[in-house]
Ligand binder design. Structure first.
Ligand SMILES: [Zn+2]
Length: 424
């Protein structure tokens, strides 16, 4: 990487929302962190999947971000992430993005050319044998056969990332954008040895990756807390940090390469281990958490009562009618127990408080219903279909919505991740 290449700052935070109405509120949350002395740079992201469901275009994300930055006179950097991009869809994101998350999960496991694997292992004798990585207690032994097998599993995927990277670089110009490589949407977490191989391969492909999103242990269901063994997560997270720190000293990789956590929003129980690891090592971090701003919109509207409360109840009713279709694109990242979903007539009789208590992500409250929350989380298509009816009501409830978006992002995310509040 050259000095004038676009660099991702140490702490960055993936934000964004389905309907591109909350950019200002999201920026306000970053400003609150700034007021506490922690610079967290917003990265607006919206995946191709979300654009497809909502019917929006990538340019709308940058437009909303720029308007917020202008209105609130934000002078620090901000970025616009083309999230989970593949070669077939990248062109739509060329103009509006300066951050590209190259998604190679689908290519993992497609066998690499055996000559390529052979060459790779020959090029990297340092990967074979007894490996000691500062920060990882036990040293581990790898055989040539193991490294060949790992190479066979991942090389093709990294070559694919190289193709996407070079395509973007050929139209935008080298150094003018930030590159992330993601492999989180796959079945099993990568071991330290796998991550070492992956990073060596990324260096070989000359991909100047500034962040990498591995798959972690446990379930990262959309919009609800982490399901899994937090201490195992903590171990893996720290090992990944150590492997990255080691790889940037041994390979041609950007020195600011950092871990990216695709949280699927609201993984509160792993925030403490992330914060501890971050402060113990001084490592940078990128955390994506965007999807639940839409739920804060619903909470703000429910709070407003009257017609707005009726509208959010209607959204739930329609989501329930259409549950199979709404859940299908998210099948691997939601766990809804349908027997625990409230019936339409029950919800229709709810007060604002009842609706909010069931939806808001407060696990202390016994009324909180993660099934209800997850269904609404994937139910944004219902609101998209309502079009102006939804957007006009959203505007009418702007004050309550903004308050909820800001409070949620700052109190439940930025604070525990970057500042600490003693209780988590
Ligand atoms: Zn992801």
């Amino acid at each position: 990487m050259n000095n004038n290449d676009l660099k991702l700052e140490k702490y960055s935070f993936g934000v964004g929302d389905r309907f591109a109405r909350q950019a200002k509120a999201q920026l306000r949350a970053c400003m609150q962190a700034g007021a506490q002395g922690v610079e967290v740079i917003p990265v607006w992201n919206k995946s191709y999947r979300e654009h497809t469901v909502v019917g929006s275009k990538p340019g709308s994300v940058r437009a909303a971000a720029e308007a917020a930055v202008r209105d609130l006179a934000w002078t620090k950097p901000f970025h616009v992430d083309a999230d989970h991009i593949r070669l077939e869809i990248v062109d739509e994101f060329i103009e509006s993005s300066d951050f590209y998350t190259l998604d190679v999960a689908d290519a993992i496991g497609q066998r690499a050319d055996s000559n390529d694997v052979e060459d790779f292992v020959n090029r990297h004798p340092e990967l074979v044998g007894k490996l000691e990585i500062p920060g990882i207690d036990e040293s581990f032994d790898t055989s040539r056969a193991e490294i060949e097998s790992i190479g066979g599993k991942y090389l093709h995927a990294i070559q694919e990332a190289g193709r996407i990277y070079r395509h973007i670089a050929s139209v935008k110009g080298t150094g003018s954008f930030i590159t992330e490589v993601s492999m989180d949407e796959t079945d099993s977490p990568q071991t330290p040895a796998e991550l070492l191989v992956i990073l060596a391969a990324i260096a070989d492909e000359n991909i100047p990756a500034q962040t990498i999103a591995p798959k972690f242990t446990g379930r990262f269901n959309k919009g609800v807390d982490y399901v899994g063994d937090v201490s195992q997560f903590e171990k893996e997270f720290n090992e990944d940090l150590a492997v990255i720190a080691h790889a940037v000293t041994t390979h041609e990789l950007p020195k600011n390469l950092k871990l990216s956590v695709h949280s699927g929003s609201d993984k509160f129980s792993i925030y403490r281990p992330i914060r501890n690891a971050r402060s113990a090592t001084g490592a940078g971090i990128h955390v994506k958490t965007a999807g639940t701003n839409w739920l804060e919109e619903l909470i703000g509207m429910a709070e407003s009562g009257g017609e707005a409360l009726l509208l959010v109840k209607e959204i739930y009713g329609k989501a329930l009618d259409d549950i199979d279709a709404l859940c299908a694109p998210y099948a691997t990242v939601i766990d809804i127990d349908r027997s625990k979903l409230p019936r339409k007539d029950e919800v229709n009789a709810w007060s604002s408080e009842q609706f909010i208590s069931a939806l808001r992500h407060d696990q202390q409250k016994k009324e909180f219903n993660p099934n209800f929350r997850q269904l609404l989380h994937v139910g944004y298509k219902v609101a998209a279909k309502m079009g102006d009816r939804y957007l006009n009501m959203l505007e009418a409830c702007e004050q309550a919505v903004t308050r909820n978006v800001v409070e949620n992002l700052y109190d439940r995310h930025l604070k525990p991740l970057f500042i600490g509040n003693g209780s988590r």
